[in-house]
Structure formats: C-alpha cells, structure tokens
Design a protein around this ligand. Structure first.
Ligand code: PGA
Length: 241
C-alpha cells in the first residue's frame, strides 16, 4: 500500500502563510511514491490549491452533517467538495473533546461525506484514563462501530488512530503501541478493514520512519510538525524509503 502522509494544520496558516509554506515545500520524493494530503483551514484552501507545486490532495478539517441550512459558521460536505477538497477529517479528537462531538455525529458526518463524494478520514483514539483502565479495545470498537454502516457507502476512506494523550503533547505511542491499536481498528472494521490506517500523535521527522515501519501502520497524520515546510518534507521523505 502506498504510504499516506497527511498534515492537519488545525487553526494555523491563513492564506498568506499558506502561500509561503508551499513556496518552501518541495520534498525530495519520486512522484507517486507517497500520497501527501493537507488539511488547511477552509479560508486557506484556495491559496493552498493555487500555490502547491507537487501533486497532493486537499481536505477540510470539519464538515456539518446537513447539506445546507441555518447553521451559522458551518460548512457542508458538498460545499467543501465544490471548493476543491477531496477529503474530510471527521471525529478528530479536538472536535470530540474540545467541541463535544459525539459518536453519533461522527456517523452522520461520514454519511454526509458519502453523499457528497468526499473521502472521509475518520479519527479514533482513547484518552489516557481509558488506556490506563484497560479499555483501549472497548473504546476503539465503540468508536468504529458508530461509523461502519455509513463508511460502507463510501468508495474510498481512511481511518486514523490518534491516542488523545499523544496529540500535541510530545508524547508518542511506541511503534508497538500503534501496531496493537491499528490491529484492533482493522479487526473492528471487519470487511471494511482493507483501508489505510494512519497513526497520529506527536509524529516528527525523528520518529516517523519507525512508526511507519510498524505492522498495520500505513501512514501518519501530523499536526504540529506539518506547519513547517522543511520539517514536513522530511516526514514525506521518510515515508518514501
Ligand atoms: P500533533 O497532532 O502531531 O501536533 O500531535 C496530531 C493531530 O492532531 O492530528
């Protein structure tokens, strides 16, 4: 499987910083060796598409589950597609834990992505207290079960395992931790389990290669280390080797 390296910019890089990023982003990889994706803020999507110099995919960080309506501040899957996104992050831990997004909403959003023809990148992951209490498998299976039915309606999809305790903390899961969780996610997906499963949580150039060589880890979803073009290029290069 071609490895996937995705950058989730979160609330960083407006249009001007986005153009600067892409003027500096030039990873030394053969075309097609790695699938590279970016999730810029919606307001920077156009600048990103206009200034990127290599083949990448773009996605949005968040969609609403309705196709249109009186939902101030929200963007629908169809609008994201129309603006040039082909992917949508769904269920990122910050959406779940900062904004209170529920498993049910995650399922509805996957359904909305399927309707619009957007490729969902659905995120799952346990809290530190859940891991410590031995509930890793139970939590992952519950999160996955909430979106398998709509996932079956999508032509393409990805899943990301992001342990909440490793996101933005500098704390990384070991390659063995990642493999264990990815195997659970794959098994919970059942017959839908042939998709790429990405690891996310404090991925950096120094740990990317080891994580991506672990069994069942098909790529990485990178937050902080995706904001600097040269640093992120090193992660893309690590995926190509
Ligand atoms: P991080 O974020 O790489 O900064 O830990 C990962 C993510 O939230 O997708």
């Amino acid at each position: 499987m071609t490895r996937v390296v995705a950058g989730n910019w979160k609330m960083h890089h407006g249009p001007r910083a986005t153009r600067q990023f892409f003027s500096d982003f030039n990873p030394d990889v053969r075309p097609g060796a790695v699938r590279v994706a970016f999730f810029p803020p919606d307001v920077s999507l156009r600048a990103a598409r206009e200034s990127v110099r290599i083949l990448v995919e773009f996605g949005v960080q968040h969609i609403h589950w309705e196709d249109s309506g009186a939902f101030t501040g929200e963007t629908s899957a169809g609008m994201a597609k129309d603006a040039g996104a082909s992917l949508a992050l769904i269920g990122h831990s910050e959406r779940r834990h900062v904004f209170g997004e529920t498993d049910r909403e995650v399922g509805l959003k996957v359904e909305a992505a399927a309707r619009a023809g957007l490729v969902p990148v659905v995120c799952v992951g346990e809290l530190l207290e859940e891991r410590k209490a031995g509930r890793l498998e139970r939590v992952l299976r519950r999160q996955v079960a909430a979106f398998t039915a709509p996932l079956g309606q999508c032509d393409r999809y990805l899943v990301a395992y992001e342990p909440v305790w490793a996101i933005g903390t500098g704390e990384t899961a070991t390659p063995a931790d990642a493999s264990e969780a990815h195997a659970i996610v794959r098994s919970a997906l059942g017959e839908l389990g042939g998709c790429p499963i990405l690891y996310g949580g404090s991925v950096k150039p120094a740990n990317a290669a080891a994580l991506m060589s672990a069994p069942d880890v098909d790529g990485v979803l990178v937050g902080g280390a995706s904001l600097d073009a040269r640093v992120f290029a090193r992660i893309v290069e690590a995926a190509a080797t």
